[in-house]
Structure formats: structure tokens, C-alpha cells
Write a protein that binds this ligand. Structure first.
Ligand code: PLP
Length: 366
């Protein structure tokens, strides 16, 4: 499928070859045990639902193709991250992680990896050989959640490789259509598919993609023995959602561009960040390494009360803590403990009509 463009690949990725009388995307396979072949277990044949499932394999084929690697899916983005960390880290290892990143990744290190040293560094750099010296793993998130800082994946990949460490890129905000970290030199691309990939705010799911077949095998094995198995129905919903990712991202980015443009003139709005805007400090790197921009932007209102007031007045924007869905939503990140001012807002554009959205947001801020 690599000769086709994004919209075509999203519709066809991981789908079955056309067979008369068969559906375009087979429904989810619900199975705990499967019939065993005569003579006993065969690794090429599914035997038990914790270790293999055809619905999983279809989505893994799709996401692996879009990421340019081998994909292993998990029940959530956090499950993907914790299995990865347990698989590659050993007590005493050093991890380098960005200061702008998903807050539960910090909690995961603090609460479940007491034997791992984690050094937090500015996501925007400067990245030098000293930044990554001695590391076993470097974890970057770009654009970062929530501040949308951008870091240069290819540069960090070169440094990480020279230091003999693994580079993991949390690609959730960008999605596999927005950015291909493996092509830029990362060892692993991580996605919370709960967000734009599944895209309908009704599924939790995550995945890891890698070009290292041995690592992919270890991750699959860790999923099986650790019991981190995604539910087939959720996986199927995500695959169905993936088909429209190209369209949804295009509308979300269109909405972000329209809103960012109009919000610049609103007196109470400050600190607008959207990597797709030429005025954004991350724009040059983002434009060079991203294939398209997404629909998440951020800004500050003067106080938490001002955000509450905005939410009380808007007719279209939900107060919710995810992003990448059909519905536009706002999350005041300080309420979750992110190190941002009380009035800091992460805005996730949905796929509503741009004119309606702009009118509603401007009215709610007036
Ligand atoms: N990575 C990022 C950037 C996220 O924003 C999130 C969730 O918000 C995660 C990982 C975790 O994903 P999940 O909620 O699917 O466990």
C-alpha cells in the first residue's frame, strides 16, 4: 500500500483481500480458547485469546504499515508504555525524558520503577551528547502534551544511537499520519490510539511499532505472559475508526488553524501554541519532520475561574480530558497536576464546522 496516499491507506490498511461474499472488514473475533490442530499446539495457529487474535493482527498490520514498522497493540497507551519499560529496562538504568510530556508517564516511573533513574530535560533542548550520556532509554514526546513543545527527532535519534541507547517517541499527538518517528531514526514509536486513531471517544487502546523484529517478539511475549491483552471489540472499533483518520485530522487541523488565527486577537488569551502556526517556536522543526499538523493547540486564560466561565458559556466545547475525538473539548491541565498555570488550556479540535466553532469560541470568550 506504500504507493498510495494517506486517505487510501487509512481505508485499506490491514483489510482483507476482497473475497466474494465476505465483508470489507471482518467483525471482531471473540475467542478465549480456539480449536487446537490435530497433534497439539502449533505456534502458527491461534490457541488461546491472550496470545493471539485475528482482529488484533488486522489492526497491527494497519498501524504497522502506517508507522513503517512491526506493530504490537495493547489495551491502552499506558499499557504499551509499561510493557515496553518492563521489557527493556533493568535496575540501575538511566532514562532521559522530556519535561513536557504526559503526566502519567512521570507517575509510572515514580510509582512503579523505583530502581530506574529518570532525568527530565527540556524537550526543546539543547540536546547534546551529554544530555543522553549513560542512558539506556530516551523517551521523547513531540509535539508534547500539554505544552506542544517540539523536539527534533532525527537529531535526538543520532545522539541516542551514538550513546548506545534506545529512542522511544510518543507519537500520540501527531498520529502515524502526522509523523513517522521510525523513519526519522527512532527505535520505537508509541501511540495512545485512544486519541485520534480510534477517534470516537469510546475506546482505550495503545500500540508500539518498531523496526526491530526481535524487540517486537519480546513485546508480544511480554503481552502474553503479563496478560496485557486488548479486547477484540475495542480493537475492531479502532480499526473501523482508523479508516477516517485522514479526513478527521484534516478537519481538526483546519479548525485549529481557524481558531488560532482568531484567538490571537482576543485580549484575555495569551501563550497560544500550535506547531502548525508559522509564528510558533516549534514550527520550523515541526514543519521539517511532520507530514501534517493536528488539531490540538494550547493557550492561557488569566485564571481557572476564567476557564470555568468560558466552559459555562460555550455551547459546543466539552470539558473533557482526552483529545483527538470528533467533539471539540477543553482540558484545564493544572487540575491534573501538570506544571502549568491555572488558566492553561489544552484545546482539542473536533470535526465540527469551522465557522460554527469559531463563532462559539469567540462568543464564549467575549
Ligand atoms: N501518551 C500521551 C501523549 C497521552 O496523551 C496519553 C493519554 O492521554 C497517553 C500516552 C496514555 O494513553 P492511554 O490513555 O491510552 O493509556
Amino acid at each position: 500500500m506504500s504507493e498510495f496516499r494517506d486517505g487510501t491507506r487509512c481505508v485499506h490498511a490491514g483489510g482483507p483481500a476482497p473475497v466474494a461474499g465476505q465483508p470489507f472488514l471482518a467483525g471482531p473475533v471473540f475467542a478465549a480458547p480456539y480449536h487446537l490442530p490435530p497433534g497439539g499446539p502449533d505456534p502458527a495457529v491461534d490457541s488461546y485469546g491472550r496470545s493471539g487474535n485475528p482482529t488484533w493482527r488486522a489492526l497491527e498490520a494497519a498501524l504497522g504499515e502506517l508507522d513503517g514498522g512491526e506493530c504490537v497493540i495493547f489495551p491502552s497507551g499506558m499499557a504499551a508504555l509499561s510493557v515496553l519499560l518492563r521489557t527493556v529496562l533493568r535496575p540501575g538504568d538511566l532514562v532521559i525524558a522530556p519535561d513536557d510530556g504526559y503526566y502519567l508517564a512521570r507517575a509510572l516511573f515514580a510509582e512503579q520503577f523505583p530502581d530506574i533513574e529518570v532525568r527530565y530535560v527540556p524537550a526543546v533542548g539543547p540536546w547534546t551528547p551529554e544530555t543522553v550520556a549513560g542512558a539506556r532509554l530516551v523517551l521523547v514526546e513531540t509535539p508534547g502534551n500539554p505544552s506542544l513543545d517540539v523536539c527534533d527527532i532525527a537529531q535526538v535519534a543520532r545522539l541516542t544511537r551514538a550513546a548506545g541507547a534506545l529512542l522511544v517517541v510518543d507519537n500520540t499527538t501527531a498520529t502515524p499520519l502526522g509523523q513517522r518517528p521510525l523513519e526519522l531514526g527512532a527505535d520505537v514509536s508509541l501511540g495512545s490510539d485512544t486519541k485520534a486513531v480510534a477517534g470516537h471517544s469510546d475506546v482505550l487502546l495503545g500500540h508500539l511499532s518498531t523496526v526491530d523484529g526481535e524487540l517486537a517478539g519480546k513485546l508480544r511475549r511480554a503481552r502474553t505472559v503479563g496478560g496485557h491483552n486488548p479486547g477484540p471489540f475495542e480493537v475492531w472499533l479502532a480499526h473501523r475508526g482508523l479508516a477516517t483518520l485522514d479526513l478527521r485530522l484534516a478537519r481538526q487541523a483546519e479548525n485549529a488553524a481557524a481558531l488560532v488565527d482568531r484567538l490571537r486577537a482576543v485580549p484575555d488569551v495569551s501563550g497560544l501554541r500550535w506547531p502548525g502556526s508559522p509564528e510558533d517556536p516549534g514550527y520550523a522543526v515541526a514543519a521539517a519532520q511532520m507530514r501534517r499538523f493536528g488539531g490540538v493547540f494550547s493557550f492561557r486564560l488569566p485564571s481557572a475561574a476564567a476557564v470555568d466561565q468560558f466552559l459555562a458559556k460555550t455551547r459546543l466545547i466539552a470539558s473533557a480530558t482526552s483529545f483527538g475525538g470528533l467533539h471539540s473539548s477543553v482540558d484545564r491541565r493544572a487540575q491534573w497536576g501538570d506544571p502549568v498555570p491555572p488558566g492553561f488550556v489544552r484545546f482539542s479540535c473536533g470535526i465540527e464546522d469551522p465557522a460554527d466553532l469559531v463563532a462559539d469560541v469567540l462568543a464564549a470568550l467575549s
